[in-house]
Design a protein. Structure first.
Length: 326
């Protein structure tokens, strides 16, 4: 009887000890710097977004946040790096629409599955685009451009940052909605495409708000409409596509953070709450809006549901565009 009671006492003590260790992952987290991997070169929109959040995130988490650039294959190289990292919350991926929901439909042999190989942490921003024309195109608004392009089937070229990216798929959605026939000219990145738009080699393009707003104000391009449901503060005089008569045309990219699959739920919750705190900071929100992005926090569970809903929508856009990469 004594031995039995001793065993039960030891077992009970062990259970209490394990129970005390259960939340230790979150209690001791983070224990070292947080590495944020971006699958694109420094200086781009994702880098700008990461740098905006970094200082405040460091203050909330109490550890440095280091940005690590792993560019290549439309963000795939960075995604693989994070997928293989220890699932302890100290390595995160900052990704955009392309990496999370377009690549799975675009690449025939994608080495990762968004909702299988990663756990969503937080959606942080929505990023509308502007529909732009070269200033020499003789139109003042989107309706005039539609009439102009319809009268010239196959004579209007639109540039993009490459096959299957959001700057390719948004014009394809626009073509489907209007019945226009425009010719796609893919480039190796947004910068050369934008240069040719300003030079007149292509006449039309969809581009992120920050760059679009800067060059629109300089008169180097003309913004005809924005793709969000509401007008954008960075281009307040530019109407939405829906205002110009194309019903239900709301196409907005997004940014978010993910961690390797298997990251403990309490660590995920702590990270998610940290991003919530950052995005509730008035200065951060104001600076984000000034950059043309809309603060749009979603916690881990809601972000996972959002991604699951976005995937079939973008897969349909990829299918209709005919884009495919190996």
């Amino acid at each position: 009887m004594f031995r039995k009671r001793t065993v039960l006492a030891v077992a009970g003590g062990l259970c209490l000890m394990l129970a005390g260790l259960a939340p230790a992952a979150a209690q001791g987290f983070p224990s070292k710097p947080i590495r944020v991997v971006i699958g694109f070169p420094a200086g781009g929109p994702l880098d700008q977004h990461a740098r905006l959040l970094t200082d405040r995130l460091q203050a909330v988490l109490g550890q440095p946040v280091v940005i690590d650039y792993k560019a290549g294959a439309g963000g795939t190289v960075g995604a693989q790096d994070v997928m293989k990292a220890p699932a302890d919350g100290h390595t995160l991926m900052l990704a955009n629409t392309g990496v999370m929901v377009i690549n799975p439909a675009l690449y025939g042999k994608l080495p990762y599955a968004t909702l299988k190989d990663f756990v969503p942490i937080a959606r942080t921003a929505m990023q509308p685009l502007a529909l732009l024309v070269n200033p020499q195109v003789p139109v003042k608004d989107l309706k005039e451009f539609i009439d102009y392009a319809r009268a010239r089937p196959g004579q209007i070229n639109f540039g993009s940052a490459g096959n299957g990216g959001i700057s390719h798929l948004v014009p394809e959605m626009f073509k489907t909605s209007t019945g226009l026939f425009m010719v796609h000219i893919p480039y190796r990145g947004s910068a050369p495409a934008f240069t040719d738009l300003m030079g007149g080699q292509v006449q039309f393009m969809a581009e992120s708000i920050p760059q679009a707003a800067a060059y629109h104000k300089q008169g180097k391009v003309r913004a005809l409409a924005v793709t969000s449901r509401l007008r954008n503060p960075a281009l307040p005089e530019v109407p939405t596509v829906m205002e110009m008569g194309i019903r239900n045309f709301e196409v907005v990219g997004f940014y978010g953070f993910l961690a390797p699959a298997g990251t403990p739920r309490d660590v995920v919750a702590k990270l998610s709450d940290a991003f919530r705190q950052v995005l509730e900071t008035p200065d951060i929100r104001n600076r984000m809006v000034a950059q043309g992005a809309d603060p749009a926090f979603l916690g881990a569970d809601d972000f996972a549901k959002f991604l699951a809903a976005e995937m079939p929508r973008w897969a349909d856009a990829v299918k209709k565009s005919g884009a495919k990469l190996d």
